[in-house]
Design a protein around this ligand. Structure first.
Ligand code: NAD
Ligand code: LMR
Length: 328
């Protein structure tokens, strides 16, 4: 067995944490031959509940789980971590405006970015799942000047997986037949799931669907509003699927994308596809040797242009809001 990979999870006593930790510990991210050490961060009042979760982790006797440390001090918990999964974030409550949420979460992601900057390992990679994920990632990145910007990402893999699942169901094919799915923009209702570059068994997905009305008026809103539909049905937000997507995202980042396919990741824009530089926006990306690259050269028609621009405009507004709050 090799040296354990140190993986930090924040909000570890929450709903997503309860699904994520057991899958991480069982080898779903790193495989059966690489031990994992979990570093779990929570706020002080949640530490007792987290102790209970750790008892359960112990009781699973996972062969790949090399150790677990918990705490409420980010500079201790993040010390030497190779991967940080930033899940813990305050959800929007009744009467809260977007600015309130951004301010509340800035209070979480600015200090966590600073702590990572100070104590994380050289090869640190950071994935933000906690909402508003893209702008929280921007806040963390902006507060970690010594970590390369390419090491920060936000989760749009859940949206990507939702889009694959909806398309496969529509066409009556296995999900494994769908490739080159793309989510553009923000992890919010403005996101743009793109079928014009996706493929079904190697054939263009929009052509295979052959129904622009379904694409525009059923597929896109179903994927974009899936989170709200789950909250409505379950009474709380998606958790197991969010945990699963967080693992998919991190595994792809570490292991790479298969030949002839790509994934959706929210990463810092270099201006590709007209997305303002510096925003953390979802793109089609390939990954090799632990480094992502935005897929270049895709034709963007007027329909797609309008959808991408609308979601990117929302990201730009969020950036302005957190700038005004002095968070970046
Ligand atoms: P939850 O409320 O069950 O758990 C969140 C946990 O974070 C709580 O245990 C809380 O104590 C902890 N926390 C709060 N502040 C913290 C801090 N400063 N440091 C460490 N921990 C802290 O919520 P959940 O269902 O697990 O969801 C977590 C986040 O993920 C939410 O913001 C949710 O909106 C988001 N989410 C994102 C996606 C996505 O696809 N990007 C999908 C689903 C949910
Ligand atoms: C999801 O996509 O399921 C969540 O981000 C929904 C939400 O608003 O918490």
């Amino acid at each position: 067995m090799s040296t354990p990979v140190k993986v930090a999870v924040t909000g570890a006593a929450g709903q997503i944490g309860y699904s994520l930790l057991f899958r991480l510990a069982s080898g779903a991210l790193l495989g059966p031959d690489t031990p994992i050490e979990l570093r779990l961060l929570e706020i002080t009042p949640a530490l007792k509940a987290l102790e209970g979760v750790v008892m359960e982790l112990d009781d699973c006797a996972f062969p790949t789980l090399a150790g677990v440390e918990i705490g409420d001090d980010a500079t201790k918990v993040f010390d030497g971590v190779n991967l940080a999964l930033l899940v813990g974030a305050r959800p929007r409550g009744p009467g809260m405006e977007r600015g309130d949420l951004l301010e509340a979460n800035g209070g979480i992601f600015a200090p966590q970015g600073k702590a990572l900057n100070e104590v994380a390992a050289e090869d640190i990679r950071v994935t933000v799942t906690g909402n508003p994920a893209n702008t929280n990632a921007l806040i963390a990145m902006s507060n970690a000047p010594d970590i390369p910007q390419s090491r920060f990402s936000a989760l749009t893999r859940l949206d990507h997986n939702r889009a694959i699942s909806q398309l496969a169901a529509k066409l009556g094919v296995p999900v494994t037949e769908i490739t080159k799915m793309t989510i553009w923009g923000n992890h919010s209702a403005t996101q743009y799931p793109d079928l014009f570059h996706a493929e079904v068994s190697g054939r263009n997905a929009a052509e295979a669907v052959g129904d622009q009305d379904w694409l525009a008026n059923t597929f896109i809103p179903t994927v974009a509003k899936r989170g709200a539909a789950i909250i409505e049905a379950r009474g709380s937000s998606s958790a197991a699927s969010a945990a699963s997507a967080t693992i998919d995202h991190a595994r792809t980042w570490l292991q790479g994308t298969p030949e002839g396919d790509w994934v959706s990741m929210s990463v810092v824009s270099d201006g590709s596809y007209g997305v303002a530089e510096g925003l953390i926006s979802s793109f089609p990306v390939t990954v090799a040797n632990g480094e992502w690259s935005i897929v270049q050269g895709l034709d963007i028609d007027d329909f797609s242009r309008g959808k991408i621009d609308a979601s990117v405009a929302e990201l730009a507004e969020e950036r302005e809001a957190v700038k005004e709050l002095g968070l970046i």
